[in-house]
Design a protein around this ligand. Structure first.
Ligand SMILES: [Zn+2]
Length: 128
């Protein structure tokens, strides 16, 4: 991964200001900087906007719901890919296993049962 160059804000064309009936104010999309912040910052800003709207008693808009669903699917796809990649690790500290369990805790793809509840492979072979 590498850092990306800042992208100029399309809403204010990089000026950082937006005209209103009461004069110029900081652009709401870039916070007045004229460049868009990193995606992780944008996600946090939007999440906070939704939380503030809900705290004021406003309903979740279809636009918010679509954005939240897109973020949810994106995160779940990334975690699923992480589980698949962690299967390929061969490390003595079982870090790959810890990564798989951590990602699965969020995804719920696999049921986790205590090792004592799992019949051993040898026991299964002896019954057949
Ligand atoms: Zn802007």
């Amino acid at each position: 991964m590498s850092a990306t160059t800042p992208q100029a804000c399309n809403s204010c064309l990089g000026s950082g200001e937006t005209p209103t009936d009461y004069g110029l104010v900081d652009c709401p999309d870039c916070g007045g900087s004229g460049v868009l912040p990193h995606r992780s910052v944008l996600v946090e800003w939007r999440a906070r906007d939704i939380e503030r709207a809900l705290a004021k008693g406003a309903a979740v808009t279809p636009e918010h719901a679509r954005w939240l669903l897109a973020e949810l699917r994106s995160a779940r796809n990334a975690l699923t890919e992480i589980i698949a990649l962690a299967h390929d690790t061969e490390d003595p500290d079982a870090i790959g296993q810890k990564i798989r369990f951590t990602a699965n805790r969020a995804l719920g793809l696999y049921d986790v049962v205590p090792a004592s509840a799992v019949p051993s492979a040898g026991a299964a072979d002896s019954t057949s």
